[in-house]
Ligand binder design. Structure first.
Ligand code: APR
Length: 286
């Protein structure tokens, strides 16, 4: 009985909140009806130019057609693929590995930033934002080029745009080189490979240390589209929390970071972030 009264009250509150959204307004607002209370809480946390660490995972690029890794339709649902992301495979199955990475590099020519990327760049102009991404695509940089504004972006797992030598320190951004032809390094003759970090390899020290530094001093940590299962990237929100930051998660599904998040918005970044941006801008104008 009490439960049904409580449920009725909550229902009323949400309906009331949703009624605040005039029918003619932006359909995105309507699609986020259920999330409005959480989006509003997040906007209040993000107003007033805070120091924000943004932890990005493959979910941010999902609406651009880039598959995530885990979960339904994820890259790893194909067992044949999972071993192609480990450094040992470069010695045992190099041809297959380079062919697969070359396909992913070629896909970069046909994908574009989605409203989530654009809204994140918009948000990054409302405070002191640093983005620490696990993604190896260039979509956030493309969105920042379109906006003429680029926040600090650290690529923890490297980038598909660059190629580097497996033996020496040669590295160059080159999306036109066909890695499936197994080209040699112009400097030492060693094998060239994609500029990404494979399982069994260490992360770029500079990107990780700088991200950890920001995590230790952040007011807010915004967690976008990651399962929170891969370390040390997943340690960033944990570090931020230990140092007093407020954690906001945007993810349509439960993740390993949901339990430690103060505000959880169950939705897609491409649908939630534009609404969140508008709300933060409105609050900053008040
Ligand atoms: N918006 C927001 N989140 C989304 C969306 C979306 N449109 N679609 C899916 N997600 C969420 C999923 O619910 C899931 O929690 O994105 C998350 C993707 O999780 P993973 O596939 O595990 O990807 P990620 O966390 O980025 O993986 C980390 O693992 O395999 C390695 O190097 C790879 O960088 C990768 C790392």
């Amino acid at each position: 009985m009490l439960k049904s009264i409580a449920r009725a009250v909550v229902r009323k509150v949400i309906d009331r909140a949703a009624d605040l959204v005039p029918p003619m307004l932006d359909p995105r607002l309507r699609s986020q009806r259920m999330n409005l209370p959480a989006i509003d809480r997040a906007a209040h946390v993000l107003k007033g130019k805070p120091r924000v660490l943004v932890c990005v995972g493959s979910g941010l690029s999902a609406e651009s057609g880039v598959p995530t890794f885990r979960g339904p339709g994820g890259i790893y649902s194909d067992e044949e693929i999972a071993h192609l992301t480990h450094v040992d495979t470069f010695e045992t199955d190099r041809e297959h590995m380079l062919r697969w990475y070359q396909e992913r590099r070629e896909q970069l020519h046909s994908i574009h930033p989605n409203p989530g990327h654009h809204a994140l760049i918009g948000l990054s102009q409302t405070g002191e934002y640093t983005v620490s991404t696990q993604n190896v695509d260039h979509l956030l940089e493309a969105a920042s080029d379109a906006a003429g504004f680029r926040p600090r972006i650290y690529h923890l797992h490297g980038s598909l745009l660059s190629v580097r030598c497996h033996q020496c320190d040669y590295e160059v951004e080159d999306l036109h080189l066909d890695l499936s032809k197994q080209p040699g390094c112009p400097k030492c003759g060693g094998p060239l490979r994609p500029g990404v970090v494979w399982f069994g390899e260490t992360l770029p020290e500079d990107a990780l240390e700088k991200s950890m530094e920001v995590a230790r001093n952040a007011d807010v940590c915004l967690i976008l589209g990651t399962s929170g299962l891969v370390y040390p990237a997943a340690a960033l929100p944990e570090t931020a929390r230990r140092h007093g930051a407020t954690l906001i998660e945007v993810n349509p599904h439960l993740s390993a970071l949901s339990d430690i998040s103060d505000v959880v918005i169950r939705g897609k970044t491409g649908e939630v972030l534009p609404v969140l941006l508008r709300r933060v801008q409105d609050l900053n104008q008040d």
